[in-house]
Design a protein around this ligand. Structure first.
Ligand SMILES: Cc1cc2nc3c(=O)[nH]c(=O)nc-3n(C[C@H](O)[C@H](O)[C@H](O)COP(=O)(O)OP(=O)(O)OC[C@H]3O[C@@H](n4cnc5c(N)ncnc54)[C@H](O)[C@@H]3O)c2cc1C
Length: 338
């Protein structure tokens, strides 16, 4: 099959800027190419890794197997009412390009998810979220190719098992389901903007307008100030998830650390701030070899230049052990580690 590359460099496909190779690599631009790939012997024989833009990925070495990336494009309006519009998008489109397009059409819902790196296909897998919004709130259905049955399947939103940075595609179907298209339901004006997070409302009021475009601009500006630029500093955004602990453990911690941020997270569960735990452990800006935590956002691990994936992982393990010894809370990576 002409689409398969051997000994393929993944250097440009991970935002940590790590050097790594895949034994085999296939870019799927049309659904028919996926069916063709699935008929190949190596598809059956090789371990598989589905990759988007690699912005939520840590490669600790070469990938000995087949990496599959969707390059499926396409953007169509499939339904419309007075209040909403439904758009079906190819998984290979860049996420932020989609957000910009929706905002330009004055279709609301995605604006708080502005400036998140990566492809559309990863959005339902990760259930990406930021500034009080989550992709699941706009996703209507997810289509794709099931590697086991070798058939195309459609998951309605209710079947996707969306959770905090999680979904059925990251659990049961991990690396076994290539998302080909995602359908989003977007709102028409008048919009109800989500401004409860941080100082969004205050910033919006300063502008004197309440448009999707202003929301996108404010969020993009805040992110640019707070997060390292992936083009100059290798990173994968938040490295760890915010841990969820029992109410009992949270109360014990709150007694010892009254200033600790804590948020209700369902049935007798409490969500803590991973950034706060790392910061309070004195690990903000901490450097280990060529890996470090970011000086402004300790939840972001960075490649200070020429680091290996193993070096980044060593720092991550050090942080996990340090935080666990101090707070009894084990941080789990948000980033996919291979
Ligand atoms: C600076 C920075 C800021 C970030 N900010 C945020 C943020 O605010 N909120 C947030 O949620 N995330 C954030 N992230 C993380 C990341 O951008 C998202 O998780 C994004 O959705 C990953 O997209 P990707 O295409 O790079 O996916 P990858 O990293 O390549 O893959 C991520 C996961 O999705 C799977 N996947 C990718 N494409 C497909 C497909 N077509 N079919 C099936 N599975 C697929 C992969 O197997 C993997 O499990 C940030 C990252 C960076 C570097």
């Amino acid at each position: 099959m002409g689409l398969i590359y051997q000994n393929y460099s993944l250097d440009h496909l991970n935002t940590f800027h790590l050097s790594a190779r895949a034994s085999y690599f296939a870019l799927i631009r049309q659904p028919a190419e996926m069916e063709q790939l699935a008929r190949e012997d190596l598809f059956r024989e090789q371990p598989k890794l589905i990759l988007g833009g690699g912005s939520n990925l840590l490669l600790t070495g070469n990938f000995n197997g087949l990496v599959i990336r969707s390059g499926i494009q396409g953007l169509e309006c499939v339904d419309e009412t007075d209040e909403s519009v439904w758009i079906r998008v190819g998984s290979g489109m860049e996420w932020d390009e989609l957000v910009a397009w929706a905002v330009a059409h004055d279709w609301g819902g995605l604006e708080n998810l502005s400036a998140i790196p990566g492809d559309v296909g990863a959005a339902p897998v990760q259930n990406i979220g930021a500034y009080g919004a989550e992709a699941k709130d706009m996703i209507e259905r997810v289509e794709g190719f099931d590697f086991n049955s070798k058939t195309w399947k459609t998951f309605e939103a209710g079947e996707c098992e969306f959770d905090y940075r999680n979904s059925i595609f990251k659990k049961k179907f991990k690396n076994e389901f290539l998302v080909s298209q995602v359908t989003f339901r977007l709102s028409k004006a008048p919009h109800s903007l989500l401004t409860h997070y941080g100082n969004l409302e205050e910033e919006l009021q300063k502008t004197g307008t309440r448009s999707l475009a202003e929301m996108r601009r404010i969020i993009t500006d805040i992110r640019r100030l707070k997060l390292p630029d992936i083009h100059t500093t290798g990173n994968a955004g938040s490295f760890f998830k915010n841990p969820v602990v029992s109410l009992v453990q949270a109360d014990q911690l709150r007694d010892a650390y009254p200033n600790m941020p804590a948020y209700p997270a369902g049935d007798r569960q409490v969500k803590l701030s991973a950034a706060w735990l790392i910061d309070q452990s004195g690990l903000k800006g901490y450097t280990m070899g060529r890996a470090a935590t970011h000086t402004q956002q300790p939840l972001v691990l960075i490649n200070t230049g020429g680091a290996t994936g193993e070096e980044i992982w060593k720092l991550a393990e050090y942080i996990r052990e340090f935080v666990f010894d101090r707070y009894g809370v084990m941080l789990e990576p948000e980033v996919n580690v291979y």
